[in-house]
Design a binder for this molecule. Structure first.
Ligand SMILES: *[C@@H]1O[C@H](CO)[C@@H](O)[C@H](O)[C@H]1NC(C)=O
Ligand SMILES: *[C@@H]1O[C@H](CO)[C@@H](O)[C@H](O)[C@H]1NC(C)=O
Ligand SMILES: *[C@@H]1O[C@H](CO)[C@@H](O)[C@H](O)[C@H]1NC(C)=O
Ligand SMILES: *[C@@H]1O[C@H](CO)[C@@H](O)[C@H](O)[C@H]1NC(C)=O
Ligand SMILES: *[C@@H]1O[C@H](CO)[C@@H](O)[C@H](O)[C@H]1NC(C)=O
Ligand SMILES: *[C@@H]1O[C@H](CO)[C@@H](O)[C@H](O)[C@H]1NC(C)=O
Ligand SMILES: *[C@@H]1O[C@H](CO)[C@@H](O)[C@H](O)[C@H]1NC(C)=O
Length: 496
């Protein structure tokens, strides 16, 4: 999460006076996007920004408006006649560190590939519209993004004389899904796809997320006691929320910024979600090889948090739950825990490219409120985080941020449309490989069994979100090493 922190810092320095009221981990998306950048191992300059002209609306010939989309090129390893690797940008700024680091670059070196990365519309510096008002955001969806990729592919084919080369797409997390969908929708433009940790099933109430968090916490040395302790802490939170004195106690223990108002249901839901979110973020990125030199957060693992939850010398389970919160606040340099719903909504309503929400939070939540859902709610049974953040709370945010028409009815239709359009877990595309980690809560919405001989799953026991995309480390478990090898062999076969 290091890069995200950094991005936030730059942001706050740049836009002085802007408070940050958005959760550190919003709907499963850390600031910066779900796929963190890899470690930079060598110095030297990164490839410069390059730009291409794209249509604003690929599905309306009468709309001739265009905009500039950012991309990056690394041609160091390219041998004429070699393949083209296309890294798909996602719900955050496209980070050029990916142009020099990561498993795909190692593969490019071995296979003489040209490396390209296209930033996703509406994220980073790729601004299709003058602002991010609701009207502008109507041009933000996965179908427009796939069409951007198609036109980029044609443009680069001509520009670099690689039209007749083999093209392979790559992506992790939401771009993992885009990678599979690009192959599905434009099979004449891309010869194979690596779709890492992609949530292929759009789902309103993503209760499976919290179940996988629970199962992943149980893999720590404390085993399921970790969950038992969290459950006891949650019960204590519920009791304290019953009365005013309890609100004050919780405010103090969890370092809540503005005194917690226990009679404001939205703040209470935000509070529950924030303290559970402490665990979600760590589980999602547990030991994922993203470690950034000298960076914060990546040394905190499931074992760290469960170690605290099992440490009786800290006090009762509630005190340990609060100790986890304190550790994460300290790690990310946050003074207090902001759970004010109104402040969060005010920030998320900002429509300027200069606002803090434009870092990607407003855009990504818009996509979840229109296309995907993916709401990581507390609605599931048998999980230790209570029931304080139900799906109705997520839906209310959609309406409060973007307007009344963004409600359960319209989102349910949007989700059905997404699944109809791409086939959800029943996707029928050949030459797609779906690597995923067992610890990663997102694997729940992904492909975990081979769909066919040419649509294969690579299950990586014990790893988190997108682990196979990061540079190899000597400490990598054998199944991760094996997964990288399987992916390499698949790509090698596709480009023959
Ligand atoms: C373009 O690439 C093709 C196939 O790799 C090659 O035969 C041709 O000479 C190239 N053209 C130019 C202008 O480089
Ligand atoms: C491409 O990546 C390699 C490997 O990190 C790096 O050495 C090289 O400088 C990069 N080339 C460009 C043009 O950025
Ligand atoms: C607490 O929230 C309730 C319900 O939203 C509101 O009526 C009340 O004014 C709030 N109290 C404070 C002190 O903000
Ligand atoms: C438990 O917490 C105490 C007090 O914070 C600390 O000194 C001790 O090292 C912890 N024990 C373990 C096993 O982490
Ligand atoms: C949701 O929004 C649509 C479109 O504005 C509207 O027709 C519908 O009545 C709304 N549904 C609810 C339950 O508010
Ligand atoms: C990954 O693949 C394995 C089997 O190969 C499967 O058990 C697991 O659920 C898959 N996960 C995802 C997210 O596709
Ligand atoms: C994953 O690894 C754990 C511990 O290393 C082991 O107990 C479990 O059986 C493995 N699961 C699979 C599906 O291989």
């Amino acid at each position: 999460m290091a890069v995200h922190r950094l991005a936030v810092l730059i942001f706050l320095t740049f836009f002085v006076g802007l408070a940050w009221s958005l959760p550190r981990f919003l709907h499963g998306r850390p600031r910066g996007g779900m796929l963190g950048a890899p470690r930079r191992r060598s110095g030297g300059s990164l490839p410069p920004d390059q730009w291409l002209e794209q249509k604003l609306d690929h599905f309306n010939d009468a709309d001739l408006r265009t905009w500039q989309q950012r991309y990056f090129v690394n041609d160091t390893f390219f041998k004429p006649g070699g393949p083209v690797f296309l890294m798909i940008g996602g719900e955050g700024t496209a980070n050029p560190i990916w142009m020099v680091e990561g498993t795909w670059v190692v593969m490019a070196e071995r296979l003489g590939a040209l490396c390209l990365m296209l930033e996703h519309r509406f994220y980073g510096k790729s601004h299709p519209t003058p602002d991010i008002s609701v009207e502008s955001l109507s041009f933000l969806n996965s179908e427009q993004a796939l069409a951007d990729l198609a036109y980029f592919r044609q443009y680069m084919g001509m520009k670099m004389n690689v039209t007749y080369s083999k093209w392979i797409s790559f992506g992790g997390s939401y771009p993992g899904s885009l990678s599979a969908w690009f192959r599905l929708k434009y099979p004449h433009l891309v010869d194979g796809a690596v779709a890492t940790s992609g949530p292929l099933l759009a789902q309103l109430d993503f209760t499976g997320y919290v179940s996988v968090v629970r199962d992943s916490l149980a893999t720590s040395p404390q085993g399921d006691m970790c969950n038992t302790n969290i459950m006891q802490a949650t019960t204590q939170v519920e009791q304290l929320l019953q009365h005013r004195v309890g609100w004050a106690d919780l405010t103090k223990m969890f370092q809540v910024c503005k005194p917690l108002n226990g009679s404001n249901p939205n703040d209470v839901s935000n509070f529950y979600e924030a303290i559970a979110g402490n665990f979600f973020g760590v589980v999602q990125y547990n030991k994922d090889n993203r470690a950034f030199e000298g960076a914060v957060g990546t040394d905190i693992t499931i074992d760290t948090l469960c170690g605290i939850m099992g440490n009786t010398s800290i006090g009762v389970p509630l005190a340990r739950y609060a100790a986890v919160n304190t550790l994460l606040l300290q790690t990310y340099g946050e003074k207090c825990l902001d759970v004010s719903y109104d402040d969060m909504i005010t920030e998320m309503r900002q429509t300027s490219w200069e606002s803090s929400a434009s870092e990607g939070g407003r855009q990504w939540v818009y996509q979840t409120c229109t296309e995907f859902g993916f709401f990581q709610t507390s609605d599931g049974k048998d999980q230790p985080f209570g029931n304080g953040f139900p799906v109705s709370f997520s839906l209310q945010q959609c309406s409060d941020i973007y307007g009344k028409q963004f409600n359960k009815t319209t989102l349910t239709q949007g989700i059905a449309r997404t699944n109809t359009n791409y086939g959800a877990k029943g996707i029928r595309a050949t030459k797609v490989i779906f690597p995923n980690g067992s610890i990663d809560p997102w694997h729940y919405l992904g492909i975990t069994k081979d769909v066919s001989e040419t649509e294969t799953a690579v299950y990586i026991n014990g790893t988190a979100h997108c682990a196979n995309m990061y540079p190899a480390l000597p400490s990598d478990p054998p199944q991760l090493v094996q997964a990288r090898d399987t992916i390499f062999k698949a790509v090698e076969a596709w480009i023959q």
